[in-house]
Design a protein around this ligand. Structure first.
Ligand SMILES: Nc1ncnc2c1ncn2[C@@H]1O[C@H](COP(=O)(O)OP(=O)(O)OP(=O)(O)O)[C@@H](O)[C@H]1O
Length: 824
């Protein structure tokens, strides 16, 4: 007999409440209040200080306490009189005004929640207050209000130690220290400032000069004859080089005279100030050659580069806010939960105690028949199956229980029993037994679950419920591609609808686009209604949903082009993945004029993949494998569903790139191994019962059920709303000419056909590379011409690495052949 063991729950020790640190950080409201209080206080202080200078004499007697009730003359009454007396008279004199400034600045700082440091302002402000106080007391010792008591006392004290000269030098030292440390002045920077100012004035002057009258002569060309000074040519080069040719003379005196004549023009210029003229005259003396020789002075103007301190993207964000990809369909409304049916009728999974007891007894007796004793058993009731977790007595081999799978199934008279031995991470053995009355997991409950609603994922999918009744929400973007298999009628199409519906409930049309391949032509047709919202298609195609296998190849190759383009965009933007890229784009750091745009996710759904592989083979497998290997970073995700999970459909290359897999019920263990690398899918019970893996553990899930009428309601709801003008257009793909159609029409021949034929016949060598060299053609065009030559009977068939045979012996024969062709 099995010993009964009672497992006692260990009592948790009550937690000792931790000491919580008081939080001194100010909230926004606190800051607004405190900030404005300080600013208003500063204003009050300022008013009090100003009025103090007019009223202090009157008020001082009041402050003395002779008649405390009497009115004060200060504009801020007693408060003003007292505080001004304290700061100005007893304190720092007129320099106290600096405190009002500091106080106001501090208030503003708090009000605006500025991140700048305040300490520096207060430190240097206080230094200036003390310095001013000493300074004023030193120079205006008889005006007590200017320096205040502090200034007076300090002066008095210092005078006895270092004398008046010492104080003067000390003040000077203080001023220098302040200039160097606070204002960061150096002799160089001061000099530079003055030089720049002088240059600016000079530049202004030159500008006025050149625009006003063409008078200044910096370069004289003696050889040229110019009729009069009025016809003088002024050349303004980049460096503002002014070249004026005046009347040429051999006579020096006349030359000088013409300059002399020019001077008064400047002097008398109406707008010019006297100061300007002086500077200009001075420059004349410098620049105009006094001797006979031709002298050219070319002064290149130094153009100072302006530094841009403001970041353009910050400015754009400040002006327009972050880029919002959803703006075009700003009023888009997500489908409501009411569109989905509630299959549970309000009641959740019911626990049938009798059934539980019965199954437990069956398990215990079956195992006991095989001499396996159980230490404890625990049941978790899921929507379609119940998990019995058993802990066998010490010494029982796990493999022994695993081998009894069929026997337990037989004794429980139930299909779909799965034994998980051991349960990963639990130290128990799990036996999953289907419920007699399975509950439907409605899509409504999955969408309404908190887990899904709060999911911060790129492409969230609410798959259904686990055995412990938790909604499984996974991110397709993290998978990053999904392989789905299951025998016919086991819930694959419902599974695909469940994925698409989940995304429709969470993602705006601007954020995701679907490329749907549906060879069965019926499963995904409903999504046609949301073509202009959510679907992507090739430029020349009528319907977005692809039902023709031959078009799939073009679409897949087009997606490969899209992938390459996106990689280029990411490279140019120096981003590693689509999330970084889109974040940067939204922050207006990428210029749309450089080809940047917001990138929506693209989800490619291929139903009946086996069918596709059978008809198109490698042509489909290669782009699928390419996309699966590379597309994850740029936001293209693949969902591939198939009925037949055989190895020639799900090849090694595809499997390696699809770590996330879903298996509905399959017919054999081999199929289960092909899809999951594990047995188990053959023991599922169908109707949405599925196993999900993302590369590690297998999770049994009851897929959420969404029926066709529900999908129709959702697509109707979305389809009725304002849409984009067209579906999302994928890049154009120029399919290679399929095969070599040897009956090429004469009219379709290449323009260089005849020339090429001559080259080939003369050389008696039928190779495309010869044409490439002689006629300077690209590889594809040369190949096409060779095909046309073959069709015309000029060269023989393709013979692998050997050059083709030339069937026409000479040019004469060629001409005859082409002539016959024309007539015939
Ligand atoms: N999650 C589910 N919950 C309840 N019933 C389901 C679920 N999924 C599927 N079924 C039932 O199974 C039937 C078949 O499902 P579905 O059409 O998805 O199968 P399929 O695998 O796509 O088949 P085929 O490959 O032939 O298209 C559905 O009509 C529904 O009655």
């Amino acid at each position: 007999m099995a010993k009964k063991k009672t497992v006692k729950k260990t009592k948790k020790t009550p937690r000792v409440p931790k000491f919580k640190k008081p939080d001194f950080t100010l909230t926004r409201q606190h800051r607004l209040i405190l900030g404005s209080l300080l600013m208003l206080f500063a204003i009050a202080l300022f008013i009090a200080f100003v009025s103090f200078f007019f009223t202090w004499k009157v008020d001082q007697s009041e402050l003395g306490g002779v008649s405390p009730s009497a009115e004060t003359a200060n504009w801020m009454q007693k408060f003003g009189a007292n505080i001004s007396h304290f700061f100005i008279y007893k304190g720092f004199g007129v320099a106290s005004f600096i405190f009002t400034g500091l106080l106001f600045y501090t208030g503003l700082h708090i009000f605006l929640d500025s991140k700048k440091k305040l300490f520096n302002h207060w430190f240097w402000g206080s230094v200036v207050v003390i310095w001013c106080s000493i300074f004023f007391s030193f120079f205006f010792s008889d005006v007590s209000l200017l320096g205040g008591t502090v200034g007076y006392e300090v002066n008095y004290y210092l005078e006895s130690y270092i004398g008046k000269i010492g104080i003067g030098l000390l003040l000077l030292f203080g001023a220098i220290t302040y200039a160097v440390l606070r204002l960061r002045l150096t002799p160089e920077s001061v000099m530079e400032y003055f030089n720049r100012k002088a240059k600016d004035i000079k530049d202004d002057f030159e500008t006025v000069d050149t625009t006003a009258e063409p008078t200044l002569k910096e370069e004289t060309t003696a050889s040229e004859t110019v009729p009069s000074p009025e016809n003088a040519t002024i050349e303004e080069a980049t460096g503002k080089k002014t070249t004026v040719a005046t009347k040429t003379t051999e006579d020096k005196s006349e030359f000088e005279l013409s300059v002399e004549n020019l001077q008064p023009t400047i002097k008398n210029h109406s707008d010019r100030t006297k100061k300007d003229n002086t500077i200009k005259d001075a420059s004349f003396e410098v620049e105009i050659p006094k001797d006979e020789e031709e002298t050219t002075i070319e002064v290149e103007k130094v153009i100072e580069e302006k530094t841009v301190t403001e970041n353009l993207s910050d400015k754009l964000v400040k002006e327009h806010g972050e880029f919002d990809p959803k703006l075009e369909l700003g009023n888009f409304r997500f489908p409501t939960i009411e569109l989905l049916k509630d299959y549970t009728n309000g009641s959740s999974i019911t626990i049938n105690q009798e059934e539980l007891e019965e199954n437990k007894n069956q398990i215990v007796t079956t195992l006991r028949n095989y001499k396996i004793e159980i230490a404890s058993i625990k049941a978790t009731v899921g929507p379609t199956v119940t998990l019995y977790e058993i802990i066998p007595e010490a010494g029982v081999r796990i493999s022994k229980i695993k081998n009894l799978e069929d026997d337990i199934a037989l004794s429980l008279a139930a299909l779909g029993i799965r034994i998980i031995a051991p349960m990963p991470g639990k130290g128990t053995i799990g036996i999953e037994v289907p419920n007699k009355k399975p509950a439907i997991v409605s899509m409504r409950s999955a969408i309404a679950s908190k887990k899904f609603q709060q999911a911060e994922m790129q492409l969230p999918i609410a798959f259904g419920k686990t055995i412990s009744n938790e909604t499984l929400v996974v991110d397709l973007a993290k998978m990053p591609h999904l392989l789905m298999a299951g025998a016919t009628g086991q819930g694959k199409s419902v599974g695909l609808n469940c994925i698409l519906t989940s995304i429709l409930y969470k993602k705006h049309p601007a954020e995701v686009k679907f490329v749907l391949v549906d060879p069965k032509k019926v499963e995904l047709t409903l999504f046609n209604k949301i073509e202009r919202h959510y679907l992507a298609k090739l430029p020349d195609s009528e319907e977005a949903i692809i039902t023709d296998n031959s078009k799939v190849i073009n679409t897949l190759n087009s997606l490969c082009i899209e992938m390459d383009q996106r990689y280029d965009m990411l490279k140019n933007a120096m981003c590693r993945n689509i999330v970084e890229y889109n974040t940067k784009f939204k922050a207006r750091k990428l210029n749309p004029n450089d080809g940047h745009k917001f990138l929506p996710y693209i989800v490619l759904v291929v139903d009946e993949f086996a069918d596709l592989i059978m008809t198109a083979g490698k042509e489909v497998e290669t782009p699928i494998a390419r996309l699966a290997q590379l597309a994850r970073a740029i936001g293209i995700h693949l969902i591939i569903a198939t009925q037949r999970p055989s190895v020639n459909v799900i090849t090694g290359m595809i499997k390696a790139n699809f770590p996330a897999r879903v298996a509905f019920r399959v017919m054999s263990k081999i199929d289960s191994r092909t899809i999951l690398d594990n047995a188990g899918a053959d023991q599922l019970i169908g109707r949405g019962d599925m196993l999900y893996t993302q590369g590690n553990d297998l999770i049994r899930i009851q897929c959420a059920f969404v029926d066709t009428p529900e999908v129709e309601k959702i697509t109707d709801f979305i389809g009725a709303q304002k849409a984009y003008p067209d579906a999302h257009i994928l890049p154009e793909y120029q399919g290679e000419e399929s095969g070599t159609s040897l009956d090429v029409d004469i009219a379709d021949r290449d323009k260089l056909f005849r020339q090429a034929a001559e080259v080939i016949v003369i050389a008696q060598q039928g190779s495309a590379s010869l044409l490439q060299r002689k006629l300077k053609l690209g590889y594809n065009r040369a190949g096409r011409i060779i095909d046309q030559l073959e069709a015309a009977g000029i060269v023989g068939q393709f013979e692998g690495s050997k050059a083709r045979q030339v069937l026409v012996p000479d040019i004469l024969a060629l001409e005859q052949l082409l002539e016959n062709e024309k007539n015939g």
